[in-house]
Design a protein around this ligand. Structure first.
Ligand code: ADP
Length: 370
């Protein structure tokens, strides 16, 4: 029996980081890149094509045993068409729609008693029940783009004029943000990882700490329960990240991603099985890997682009200073604020780990020079 071919649509850093476990397992990972400058396209042989074109997708799918994604941008109708032609897509178009359409997500969650903020689909600012309010574009938002905190009617009107309609949400007065990763296989094997705390700045995640510090067992169990309820409801196949707001001992779901996710990058070094390997195992319906942590704590920080575009030069100093530091660089053009890589350390002393990662980020960004 020869190893199957998994086709991944999208060639960004998530596809790039999926390559290492695919190589280790001897799985053929075929990647459909939008552009030859995409992260994975720079290091692997990929096909270049437009994921919005059904013929491109079909031709790509013909060469693969399974199709999966590293982003949620493929038109759902195209996926349904391919499924009706017999191609195997994991997660399915029906599952994926929940992550592609935020209004649909809220509806499915509400119908299934998954805790959500108060929400409503609106096409006029007059329909907003209270200010301040959160407005979200129903499709296509990421890294905080497509999320607006509006303080009054006037600013809400401007947003709605631009978007046409929007998802209104109450502003959740959260204590902190958490994320949990879960994987499910077609055989209904489910694996979850420890809950992470995610720390954001300007709508972008800058750091994750796993396990989330001072998280009661009760709330950790609740997070696992919510993630597995969602996985069951949407018939997940693959890895899913669930972003949560913690309010006291309650959890509210912010959003989900049906793929490996930034909040799970810590799992490369911090877990026996990384989210990238697990996603491949789940898509292939193989038994899932152990998800326990390799150390007491894992701290990951994103490397955001600055004026300093040479990301290799800092290696010499950083690796000499901290032999346990792990750096991942995505090979993307460095632009201010763009996620261009991440750094991870694992170990016993949380305060020390956080300061080591923070130093690495500051050194790479040029904030400190020693
Ligand atoms: P994106 O898909 O762009 O990452 P999110 O839905 O995750 O957008 O929202 C980005 C950030 O906006 C969240 O991490 C959170 O800090 C804030 N946010 C989103 N929804 C709410 C809400 N209902 N109440 C309070 N803050 C919110």
């Amino acid at each position: 029996m020869s190893a199957p071919t998994v086709g991944m649509i999208g060639a960004g850093q998530l596809a790039q980081m999926s390559l290492a476990p695919a190589i280790a397992l001897g799985i053929n990972l075929k990647i459909l890149a939008a552009d030859e400058s995409d992260s994975a396209a720079k290091i692997a042989k990929v096909e270049i094509g437009d994921y919005r074109d059904l013929d491109v997708l079909r031709n790509f799918a013909k060469k693969c045993d399974f199709l999966t994604f590293e982003h949620e941008l493929v038109p759902n109708g195209h996926l349904r068409a391919l499924e009706s032609e017999g191609f195997v897509i994991r997660p399915s178009s029906t599952s994926l729609l929940v992550a592609q359409d935020k209004a649909h997500m809220r509806k499915v969650f509400t119908e299934n008693q998954i805790p959500c903020p108060k929400w409503q689909v609106i096409n006029s600012a007059d329909a907003i029940p209270a200010f301040p309010a959160i407005l979200k574009s129903i499709t296509g938002g990421y890294d905080g783009r497509g999320v607006q905190l509006v303080k009054d009617q006037l600013s809400a009107r401007k947003v709605i004029a631009e978007w046409g309609k929007a998802l209104y949400e109450e502003v959740v007065p959260f204590d902190r943000e958490l994320a949990i990763l879960i994987a499910r296989s077609p055989h209904n094997q489910v694996a979850t990882w420890a809950v992470s705390e995610t720390i954001q700045r300007d709508g972008i995640c800058i750091e994750t700490i796993t396990p989330a510090p001072n998280l009661s067992e009760e709330v950790a169990n609740l997070a696992q329960q919510i993630a597995s309820d969602i996985a069951n409801v949407i018939k997940l196949v693959g890895v899913m990240a669930v972003e949560l707001f913690q309010v006291g001992d309650k959890l509210i779901v912010n959003e989900i991603a049906l793929r490996p996710h930034n909040s799970g990058h810590w799992s490369i070094e911090g877990s026996v099985t990384s989210q990238f390997e697990q996603h491949l195992r789940a898509v292939l319906d193989l038994p899932l890997g152990e998800t326990k942590m390799t150390a007491k704590w894992a701290v990951m920080a994103n490397i955001l682009g600055t004026e300093n575009s040479d990301l290799y030069r800092p290696y010499l100093h950083l690796f000499a200073r901290d032999p346990e530091l792990k750096i991942h660089i995505y090979g993307k053009e460095v632009r201010p604020g763009r996620k261009v890589g991440h750094a991870t350390v694992v170990g016993d002393d949380l305060a020390e780990l956080r300061s080591r990662v923070a130093h690495a980020i500051d050194y790479i960004s040029g904030v400190v020079d020693e």
